[in-house]
Design a protein around this ligand. Structure first.
Ligand code: TEU
Ligand code: CA
Length: 567
């Protein structure tokens, strides 16, 4: 029997960060009508699923990841009518659309929290995690100390004192993002209603923000004083699995939809547990190991990038997990061209990365601008950053007396604003992001929009954009690239080769796809064992190659070939 591959495995996804995608009305902020105007661009690129970062009502403390109205659209982005039009226009073009579901926390402006903080006996009190503080032994009668030693992802304590009710509330992210209390069944049923509301409007699933953190199994002190103290009490707890099962059973299983969880701090085995083959929980997860494995000491002080650590991690996840997301970028990570690519060979290295992304086993996610090789932002002053995290890190490192140049360097390499600069459509001063060239966008546009932009790359036959298009088309016509198994054929510190194969019934052998790449800035010849493997292939045909000549492997040289494996 032929195994039918579900759409969420066969299609390629594209993440839109609405604030920075396309500004249709010249207020400097991307919007939903802007997205609608670019749907044909996405069809042309060849992607099949859109993941839309939050467009809900939000005071934008964390750019939409702090929601104050789950069934409302942020007026900066448009209206509910615009959103319905987007859903319909996407459907017309056979584009699936998934939305962010942010339910670890809400905004402190959400009506639930506004109520919750009014008094200890308010009906919404139990929607959040409130705790009395601890008496300060050095200052009895003074401000109490936080209930435990947990730290926030944005640095500092995870607890905020509320004067009115004289208790602390928990916030794993900013203090304007209070954590919901998933021990309360009312929270779960409220979330089910929100999910149902959007699925009934016609969306095709969710990207669930930090979903592995929602269930706090205890509020004890964190034992390990690691950078995220307390994580052993909220990372991937049994209670989280139970909630995910309930959401699947009561809501998701009634729709043809898929859910991808964003899961920080998650190991391969935890990822397996979150995505069981019976689809009783999530369908896939965004894990962080491959984007963090080279941050050896601390995420704020990065050691120089070492490609083999990235490759080793990718390979291990390929070997251990049957199916997962594939990504190099999103709205939280620095740009991959700057981070994983080469300054000297920007286009070649970006093409090599694209080839890896689109030929591994899993569902590839392309982040807006990645397809043209957008780079990190060009920020030189703290006032240019918009991200709450950048400002908290700045403030804390200033308190710790880090010199200004070091603080700036930290933000320049790690800030999430690096990936949030406006999309570069044309060479106009604001990159064609706003329809009027005189409009100043909400976040500084990269000056390299003069050369790195969609309009010019459309014209250039061997541009990165056209390379993406070519690979996306190949992935549609070569079944091994979607359903095939992954096998590592060769690996040293610089050169990698892997194959994707599907067993066929023909006696003539299996059709396979092979990828060979040189992740280094030196020209290299084929190592003997790899040369041997390549020689043994029948009918080898190169389908895509960064360089036209493949007699050796030039810097970031990479190619995809199809062949028949002799039996
Ligand atoms: O991110 C979760 C997350 O932990 C990281 O990606 C985070 O940006 C980083 O570790 C901070 O140091 C998700 C969203 O993608 C992010 O934009 C939100 O800010 C965060 O959750 C809170 O909703
Ligand atoms: Ca706008």
């Amino acid at each position: 029997m032929k195994h039918v591959i579900p759409w969420w495995q066969s299609k390629i996804a594209y993440q839109i960060y609405p604030r920075s995608f396309c500004d249709s009305n010249n207020d400097g902020i991307g919007d939903i009508p802007g997205i609608i105007s670019k749907l044909d661009y996405l069809v042309e690129l060849g992607v099949g699923i859109i993941w839309l970062s939050p467009v809900y009502r939000s005071p934008n403390e964390d750019m939409g990841y702090d929601i104050s109205g789950y069934r409302e659209i942020n007026p900066e982005y448009g209206t509910m009518e615009d959103m319905k039009t987007l859903i319909q226009e996407a459907k017309k073009r056979d584009l699936k659309l998934i939305m962010d579901l942010v339910v670890n926390h809400t905004s402190d402006q959400h009506p639930w929290f506004v109520e919750s903080r009014k008094s200890k006996d308010n009906p919404y009190r139990e929607f959040y995690i409130w705790q009395p503080g601890k008496t300060n032994p050095w200052n009895k009668g003074g401000k109490p100390l936080p209930p435990n030693n947990w730290s926030s992802f944005f640095t500092g304590s995870a607890w905020e004192y509320d004067r009115t009710s004289q208790e602390f509330y928990l916030h794993l992210f900013s203090k304007k993002q209070p954590d919901l209390n998933w021990h309360n069944p009312q929270v779960c049923s409220a979330v089910k209603d929100i999910m149902t509301f959007w699925l009934d409007l016609g969306i095709d699933g969710f990207r669930c923000d930090v979903i592995n953190l929602i269930y706090k199994s205890s509020l004890e002190n964190g034992k390990k004083r690691i950078s995220l103290t307390g994580q052993e009490w909220y990372n991937n707890q049994e209670g989280c699995h139970e909630i995910l099962q309930e959401l699947r059973q009561d809501v998701l299983s009634h729709y043809d939809c898929f859910v991808v969880g964003e899961t920080v701090l998650t190991t391969v085995n935890q990822a397996k547990a979150l995505c069981p083959p019976d689809r009783s929980e999530l369908d896939m997860v965004f894990t962080f190991e491959h984007v963090e494995c080279h941050q050896v000491n601390n995420k704020w002080f990065k050691t120089p990038f070492r490609p083999h650590l990235l490759m080793n991690t990718l390979i291990r996840w390929q070997q251990e997990l049957d199916w997962n997301t594939l990504y190099f970028e999103n709205h939280d990570q620095p740009r991959s061209t700057t981070r994983f690519g080469s300054k000297k060979y920007p286009v070649e290295s970006a093409k090599m990365l694209a080839l890896i992304l689109l030929t591994l086993r899993g569902t590839p996610f392309i982040y807006q601008g990645q397809e043209i090789g957008m780079t990190n932002g060009e920020f030189t002053s703290i006032s240019e950053f918009r991200d709450v995290e950048a400002h908290t890190v700045w403030a804390i490192s200033r308190k710790l007396k880090f010199p200004r140049w070091l603080r700036m360097k930290m933000l320049q390499t790690t800030s999430r604003d690096n990936a949030r600069t406006p999309m570069q459509w044309t060479d106009s001063p604001n990159g064609g992001f706003s329809s009027q060239p005189s409009t100043t966008p909400w976040l500084k546009v990269n000056s390299n929009c003069a050369t790195i932009n969609v309009a010019s790359q459309k014209e250039e036959a061997d541009s990165l954009l056209n390379w993406y298009k070519q690979l996306i088309q190949l992935r549609k016509i070569i079944p091994q690239l979607i359903g095939g198994t992954f096998t590592l054929l060769y690996q040293d510190k610089h050169i990698y080769a892997y194959k994707r194969s599907l067993s066929s019934l023909a006696d003539s052998g299996d059709k396979i796809a092979i990828v060979v790449l040189n992740y280094s800035s030196k020209t290299r010849s084929y190592p003997a064992p790899l040369a041997q493997i390549l020689k043994s292939l029948d009918n080898a045909k190169i389908l895509a190659s960064v360089y036209p000549d493949t007699t050796n492997l030039p810097p970031y040289g990479a190619f995809l070939l199809e062949a028949v494996e002799k039996v």
